[in-house]
Design a protein around this ligand. Structure first.
Ligand code: ARG
Length: 460
């Protein structure tokens, strides 16, 4: 049995049931690299302040290096099973290894500023990782958009056919949503990259630490300006969980569309076997489980955000043990989004697009707006034009006629204003050409969207 660092003040031992509840090591072991990094930088600072001798510093640094590979190889079994958390764990392993010098490294720091520093550093590492994956996902979208500029498909509102669009325009709509998710994460970095170390328990360290040196050494952008805020604030985690929840809602929407569009009834896309599953009873089935899980995992990601939001509400000032509850939701969100992104990159890179099926599926009625627009150009007020086009639509439905087959002369029977429209008015190329304004589905506009996207990715 190892001794607890705070045991001096106690007469009785913890009850094992509480001890288990209190123990964060099984999950905060993930922070071992950050905790070791922190201890190295901090010990150097204590050495500068002559609290640790040069000889002791050398032993501490070597000891910490050795611990890093030990924990990497042996995981939780590196520690005795009554060790409370990663900070106590590293300190006690170091003491086993190098003896008394290890007892000096906690001078002027608290686990309160230590945990806040470790988590911030850890999160910075994973935000970078997520940004890299998100960028790969964005590249995959751009690649598909660029390769399929000749593909048209029905565009939907209310999941009812509305107007045709370029398939590339459709897929780029996800790009832009995800670009905002990307920049939101990027922007949050400066609020994560604030060093709390030096705040100690709550009042600031009694030793004259050079916090700017520590900041530079540990790779942070700034230092916290108030020690009470330094140990308490977890809004940087909340912001991250919220940013990932928003990202995962975008991905869930993407998943929902792709589940629908890859179903037999639509048949617009085919998912590769790499990301599909079969049925244990029906030999015919090929199920889009990767997309369903992408959609489903949004639940836990939103849940993790709500968990921390609830934990933080009504906390009294500075450190309270409630804050230990910030970690599992954070770790789960990181793991989940990384997995979701990786799977969806594979999904996009192996996606088959059924051009013919998409083109054929465009309902002739989705050209009806063209009729109203034509009359509007012929100086008929739009509301009136809309009404006339509506009458044409209902006539086609009643007589089972294809709207796009109507010739100029047929249209003139409904209204004089159709003079000059020509017989080829429902031509898809013409439809696209009319929509080359910035943001429209015209070819020029979509090329411009792709150009923007590529330059964004080059710059970021
Ligand atoms: N395991 C704790 C956490 O995750 C570390 C900080 C403990 N601080 C304390 N005063 N007991 O929050």
């Amino acid at each position: 049995m190892s001794k607890k660092a705070w045991e001096g003040r106690f007469k009785e031992k913890n009850d094992p049931i509480f001890e288990k509840m209190n123990r964060s090591l099984p999950f905060d072991i993930r922070l071992y690299k950050e905790d070791i990094l922190l201890n190295k930088a901090y010990s150097k600072e204590l050495n500068r302040l002559k609290i640790i001798t040069d000889e002791e510093l050398k032993n501490i640094l070597e000891g910490l290096d050795a611990l890093e590979s030990k924990i990497k190889n042996e995981g939780i079994s590196s520690f005795e099973n009554d060790i409370e958390d990663i900070h106590m764990g590293i300190e006690s392993l170091l003491a086993e290894k190098i003896g008394d010098a290890a007892k000096k490294i906690h001078a002027g720091k608290s686990r309160n500023d230590q945990i806040a520093t470790d988590v911030r550093k850890y999160l910075l590492r994973w935000i970078d990782e997520i940004l890299i994956l998100l960028k790969d996902f964005l590249k995959a979208i751009i690649n598909i958009a660029e390769k399929n500029m000749d593909v048209v498909m029905p565009g939907y509102t209310h999941l009812r056919q509305a107007q045709p669009v370029l398939f590339s325009h459709y897929i780029m709509s996800f790009y832009f949503s995800l670009e905002r998710d990307y920049t939101r994460l990027q922007d949050s970095i400066k609020r994560v990259s604030i060093l709390p170390l030096g705040s100690a328990a709550l009042a600031g360290s009694a030793f004259n630490l050079d916090r700017i040196r520590l900041m530079k050494h540990l790779g942070f952008e700034s230092i916290s300006q108030n020690s009470m805020d330094g140990v308490l604030s977890r809004d940087f985690i909340l912001e991250f969980l919220s940013n990932i929840a928003i990202l995962s809602v975008t991905l869930s929407r993407f998943a929902e569309d792709f589940i629908i569009f890859s179903s037999e009834n639509f048949g617009f896309f085919e998912l590769s076997d790499k990301v599909s599953t079969g049925s244990s009873i029906m030999p015919n089935k090929k199920n889009p489980d990767s997309l369903e899980l992408t959609r489903g995992k949004t639940g836990r990601i939103i849940g993790n955000f709500i968990t921390l939001f609830t934990v933080l509400k009504s906390l009294p000032s500075t450190y309270n043990k409630d804050l230990q509850e910030d970690k599992e939701c954070l770790f789960d969100t990181i793991d989940t989004i990384i997995e979701v992104l990786k799977v969806n990159i594979i999904l996009l890179e192996s996606l088959k697009i059924n051009k013919e099926k998409m083109r054929e599926s465009i309902d002739s009625l989705s050209f009806a707006t063209e009729l109203a627009d034509y009359l509007t150009s012929a100086k008929i007020p739009f509301r009136e034009a809309h009404h006339i086009a509506g009458k044409i639509v209902i006539t086609c439905i009643d007589n089972e006629k294809n709207l796009t087959m109507l010739k100029e002369k047929d249209l003139i029977e409904f209204h004089e204003g159709f003079k000059g429209i020509g017989d080829d008015w429902a031509n898809i190329d013409l439809f696209l050409k009319k929509r080359e304004l910035p943001g429209g589905t015209g070819i020029k506009s979509v090329k411009e969207q792709i150009r923007h996207a590529k330059s964004f990715l080059n710059k970021n």
